[in-house]
Design a protein around this ligand. Structure first.
Ligand code: ADP
Length: 607
């Protein structure tokens, strides 16, 4: 029974029930004896006192009957005496059968003897002649009266004896009641203390392993799987502890197997990372390096053991790059590319990507440095080639255009209509070619850094007003609503106004190219983070998503479904990008097909 928790609790409970039963029994016994004592008082002594009192009455009556015999009526006296005698014997018998006290029997015996003498002396009185009254009186006084007084004394003594006994018993009963009360109180107190100790001891004994179990579970919750609970009892708690230990064992095995898998995966990832030829860095959210491959070690001239767990700037020491990474992280990885940074004669594009943890929160940052030196060199060869070709094209193209113009003006002879229309076609294509050559020369000039910028503080309102004016007519001819909301009070920008006007002109001209009658083109400017952001927004055809990153490349044209038509040289946005970046700004585009495009660029504000 004591093997189970239920059994143990039952034993304690039974023990307490037993205590209550013991107290109840003791109280019952005490009350029983108390009632017995009170019964004794009533039955024993009170009965005797009552019998003695009645005997006293009868003996008084008999004494009166003798006096009646002497002085008045003899017959009546005798009759009365005999009647009272039988009543006296009745009460005498009651008393004789109720002897409860010491000496009570002696009294009863003496009363009996005295009473026999009393009745005998009355018989003797009746033998005295009726006429001799004085002898009768003398006999009464000397013989009967002393006997009568003796009986009375004996009866009073007997009554006294019983009364004394009765008082003694009453005192004893009171004492018993008090003692019982104290005894019950003491037993109750002992039982209460005992019960309290039992419950405390057992509660503690039962709860201690429980508390131990709880603290072990808490430690396991905190990740300490080395917890073994040493509860060896055979009860439910012991079984619970055994099950808990089994569970921990399973959990540990599971953790070890999972850990093994994670380690395998980690090693695989590490091998992949290390084998990547592009330099690669992983930073945590505090910008501390947590992983890098040997290409990155080589690029930044650092060693893994010295760089890991140190801040990016302590190892890579490139504040500009750090600022750019920081702003990409702050912008939630929108436009996550840093283009063409140069490290020891090599060019890199850096891709910055977030690494999410299992809660889909960004925990780390991955930096991959793509070596674009070869492309850059090829680009340079191409640019040089284009530059040479375009310069080589320009002189003969000018001669061709001039010649065509002279022939068309018929300065060297008349031409017929057919010749004229052919020459007009040549002139139109020649103009396109001139535009292309001019833009190419402009672009190569800007790219080679030969372009001279005339930076100054100038009003964006003025630039916009001047640029937009000649374009209102073209817009209204097309039925396009062209407007601007640039505030005159905006701070000045630090820029070359001619170049920025060229940028704006190009963006608005593009917008006009890709909008139809009823569409809107709006120009606006806002201040953000010490930079002015200028926007040229249209409600035209828009740009398919896949081309959004490419439109700033040279010679790039989008293909808008069936309506594919090359409307320009594909160089305008490339020149825009070069000019804006030369100002320390950025240019980008947000666009939705059939909704419209928003071209935005930033310029520094004058201080
Ligand atoms: P182009 O001289 O051909 O216009 P750009 O470099 O200015 O060359 O533009 C590149 C390409 O970007 C264009 O061919 C066109 O497809 C797309 N584009 C530029 N601006 C817009 C615009 N506002 N709406 C739609 N497409 C545009």
């Amino acid at each position: 029974m004591l093997k189970t928790l239920k059994g143990k609790i039952s034993v304690v409970y039974l023990g307490l029930v037993l205590l209550v039963v013991i107290i109840g029994t003791i109280s019952g016994i005490n009350l029983y004896y108390l009632s017995k004592t009170i019964d004794g008082l009533m039955i024993d002594n009170y009965k005797s006192i009552k019998a003695v009192n009645l005997m006293n009455e009868e003996i008084d009556n008999q004494n009166n009957a003798i006096l009646t015999y002497i002085y008045q009526d003899r017959q009546a006296g005798i009759k009365q005496f005999n009647q009272d005698s039988s009543a006296f014997y009745d009460w005498y018998n009651v008393e004789a059968n109720n002897i409860t006290e010491k000496n009570e029997g002696k009294y009863v015996e003496e009363i009996k003897n005295a009473y026999v003498d009393f009745t005998t002396s009355f018989s003797s009185l009746q033998e005295i002649p009726v006429s001799d009254n004085s002898s009768m009186l003398y006999y009464y006084k000397t013989k009967i009266k002393p006997n009568f007084d003796h009986i009375k004394d004996l009866l009073n003594g007997l009554a006294q004896l019983n009364e004394t006994a009765m008082f003694e018993k009453k005192t004893n009963a009171t004492m018993d009641a008090k003692n019982s009360m104290y005894a019950i109180l003491i037993i109750t107190l002992i039982a209460a203390i005992f019960g309290f100790i039992i419950s405390m001891v057992f509660t503690n004994r039962f709860l201690k392993p429980m508390e131990y179990l709880i603290s072990s579970i808490r430690k396991v919750k905190e990740g300490d799987l080395d917890q073994i609970i040493s509860i060896t009892t055979d009860d439910e708690l012991g079984k619970l502890a055994t099950e808990f230990n089994n569970m921990i064992k399973r959990l540990k095995q599971y953790e070890e197997s999972q850990l093994g898998k994670i380690m395998d995966e980690r090693n695989k990832t590490l091998s992949i990372v290390k084998s990547i030829s592009d330099p690669l860095l992983v930073l945590n959210s505090d910008y501390k390096i947590i992983l890098l491959n040997s290409a990155a070690e080589e690029l930044f001239g650092i060693e893994e053991k010295n760089a890991v767990n140190k801040h990016f700037l302590l190892s890579v020491k490139d504040e500009k790059l750090f600022e750019e990474i920081n702003s990409i992280v702050d912008s939630n990885f929108v436009n996550n590319k840093i283009e063409q940074i140069k490290y020891s004669d090599k060019y890199y594009d850096v891709t910055i990507s977030p690494i999410e943890n299992y809660k889909s929160e960004i925990s780390d940052i991955l930096l991959v440095f793509h070596n674009i030196t070869e492309f850059k060199e090829l680009d340079q060869v191409k640019d040089d080639f284009i530059s040479i070709i375009s310069h080589e094209f320009k002189t003969p193209l000018t001669s061709i255009m001039m010649g065509t113009s002279i022939i068309l003006e018929e300065k060297i002879g008349t031409i017929n209509e057919k010749q004229k229309s052919t020459l007009l076609a040549i002139e139109e294509e020649g103009e396109k070619l001139t535009e292309l050559v001019n833009e190419l020369i402009e672009l190569t000039k800007i790219e080679s850094g030969k372009e001279v910028y005339n930076f100054k503080c100038c009003s964006m309102f003025g630039i916009v007003e001047n640029t937009i004016k000649p374009l209102y007519n073209i817009a209204s001819e097309k039925g396009v609503n062209l407007s601007h909301s640039v505030d005159e009070d905006l701070p000045c920008v630090y820029a070359d106004p001619e170049k920025i006007s060229w940028v704006l002109n190009n963006l608005i001209t593009n917008a006009l190219k890709y909008t139809d009658a009823g569409d809107d083109i709006s120009i606006s400017a806002t201040i953000d983070n010490n930079m002015m952001q200028i926007s040229v927004k249209d409600t035209g055809v828009g740009i398919p998503k896949e081309y959004k990153d490419k439109i700033f490349d040279k010679f790039f044209h989008t293909k808008n479904g069936d309506d594919f038509e090359i409307k320009g040289t594909g160089l305008g946005l490339a020149v825009v990008k070069e000019i804006v970046e030369a100002h320390g700004g950025k240019v980008w585009c947000e666009s939705d097909l059939d909704v419209g495009s928003n071209f935005m660029f930033t310029l520094p504000i004058c201080h």
